[in-house]
Design a protein around this ligand. Structure first.
Ligand code: HEM
Length: 497
């Protein structure tokens, strides 16, 4: 009897496996694209890598083996070409071509009643982006300069205290940069800091932001399989739902309080610039209060950890490349007599600082993996090949930036490649888009550059940095959408001027 039931179950299962194998590898619209057979038949190999935090090196290896286009799941293509794929995948809608959509599976369901700009449909995205743009313009950044300076100075003072208190034990730079970028963004989004630099510890709310990012692959698995999603939603313990609601409410309450308080004279934040430009109108010219809530959450995740990651990576690569460290500190310390001289404008003019930031974005991009788009109805052409609707397509950041076909000596930290060094004349710069490409690229890109220049310059102006032995292999990290960063321990010695 047991033998019979075994047969009853195993025969259809075997038929499914064989049928799926034949369809996936011979008849599926993507069957001609190279990649592992197991990945063509099932998304499970990708999920295993993603859940272990290994999807990034897994995809880099697949590109090294199969070339610039890899089929890494039944409906999934990853690209690492010399730049055209960015245009074909993330470029704007044109007359004959629809925009590829954002993936709801990748980003998960909205936290509140409406979508943030990240997952909004094309027309809502364009409207919200237009409304928010004045708060991220060069003009706005100049008005916000005193705020950036204030936190940069608090960071330097906090580092001085930590260095004095910890001596040879070292200071965790990852944490200090996170404290600073969260304080800055909270001031810009809620009109008040979180006080992290002051208290030198994360609040529960910030810890939950980090946790919600690391569980993203789990959310993605459940979003990918609708039945699994429905079952898990039914089984979800009440406390998880309550925590999610409370977390979102924490930021909506803060936005509401900020709006009720009104503007702080002479201290423009994001909302004062948006509201001054007529932002909070209903209809097609403004954004609703729900949208303000949803996008405040985005600013607090997209605009904090990313810049802190780059700054940590930059310091690490400089510490392990003493010749580059000497050049950059020479440039910064030679250009300014005192901290107050470091204006955002003056820092734009430092070539080596800017080249080091660019190179750190290449070797340690804050979003190292891929952000997929979905091919819309009717299909789209990518790299001269028609791709069927419903396919997930993405450019892989790390595979593109570490490809020897795109960058000479790809694993070497060489800021000189951004300064016209003839050795790097054949580098494929069009492949490099750490802030993504097209109408949904990073809205905060200019802000990020100014912030990173300022914080890097202030730290390197005031301190000599030395890597602690325990952080020697710091870049060996897992990736759960973002780098799962270990502490970056380093000894700081105040520079005497
Ligand atoms: C080194 C620092 C940063 C990096 C590498 C970075 C990277 C990115 C990337 C790759 C995207 C595209 C995501 C997608 O395809 O959906 C993005 C979007 C975005 N980023 Fe950044 N970002 C950084 C800093 C910032 C900062 C400081 C802000 C300020 C608030 C910010 C705000 C945003 C926003 C609002 C979006 C969504 C744009 C849209 O959907 O139109 N980012 N960022």
């Amino acid at each position: 009897m047991a033998f019979l039931s075994y047969d009853v179950l195993s025969v259809p299962l075997l038929a499914y496996v064989i049928g799926n194998f034949i369809y996936s590898t011979q008849f599926h619209p993507l069957h001609e694209f190279p990649g592992p057979v197991s990945a063509a038949c099932s998304r499970i190999p990708y999920w295993i890598a993603a859940l272990k935090g290994d999807s990034c090196p897994w995809l880099v290896k697949l590109h090294a083996r199969y070339g610039p286009v890899v089929r890494f799941g039944p409906n999934d293509l990853s690209y690492a070409d010399n730049g055209q794929a960015w245009k074909d995948i993330c470029g704007p809608e044109t007359k004959g071509r629809k925009e590829n959509g954002q993936s709801a599976v990748f980003f998960g369901p909205p936290k509140g009643p409406v979508h943030s700009m990240i997952t909004a449909n094309r027309s809502d995205h364009a409207r919200v982006r237009r409304v928010l743009a004045p708060a991220f313009s060069e003009r706005a950044l100049r008005q916000q300069e005193p705020l950036f300076n204030k936190y940069a100075d608090i960071l330097v003072a906090a580092l001085r205290e930590e260095a004095a208190a910890n001596g040879e034990k070292g200071v965790n730079l990852v944490q200090m940069f996170n404290f600073c970028t969260f304080d800055i963004m909270s001031d810009l989004t809620f009109g008040e800091p979180l006080g992290l630099l002051e208290q030198r510890q994360y609040t529960h709310w910030v810890e939950l932001i980090f946790k919600s990012i690391t569980i993203m692959p789990v959310v993605q698995v459940t979003e990918y399989y609708p039945l699994l999603r429905s079952i898990l939603r039914l089984l979800e313990p009440r406390w998880i739902r309550d925590t999610r609601v409370a977390h979102f409410k924490h930021s909506t309450d803060r936005v509401d309080a900020r709006i009720a308080r009104g503007d702080r004279p002479g201290q423009p934040d994001i909302w004062s610039l948006v509201l001054a430009a007529g932002g909070k109108q209903q209809g097609d010219r403004g954004m609703s209060l729900d949208e303000m809530h949803a996008n405040a959450e985005v600013f607090m995740t997209a605009g904090t950890e990313t810049s802190a990651t780059l700054l940590s990576g930059l310091c690490y690569y400089l510490m392990v490349n003493p010749d580059k460290m000497e050049k950059i500190t020479g440039e910064i310390r030679g250009a300014f007599a005192k901290d107050d001289d470091m204006s955002l404008e003056a820092l734009v003019a430092l070539p080596y600082l800017n080249a080091c930031i660019e190179e750190a974005l290449r070797v340690y991009p804050p979003l190292p993996d891929l952000i997929p788009r979905i091919i819309p109805e009717g299909g789209n052409v990518i790299l001269d090949k028609w791709i069927a609707p419903g396919t997930y397509v993405a450019v892989h950041h790390t595979a593109s930036y570490r490809s020897p076909a795109n960058f000479k000596n790809p694993n070497t930290f060489a800021p000189e490649r951004w300064l016209g060094d003839p050795e790097y004349k054949d580098d494929q710069r069009e492949a490099f888009h750490p802030f993504q490409y097209g109408p949904r690229n990073c809205l905060g890109q200019n802000m990020a550059y100014h912030e990173m220049r300022l914080l890097a310059a202030k730290v390197l102006f005031n301190f000599d940095l030395e890597l602690c032995a325990e952080s020697r292999n710091w870049t060996e990290q897992k990736v759960f959408i973002l780098w799962d960063k270990k502490p970056l321990m380093c000894k700081l010695r105040a520079v005497t001027k």
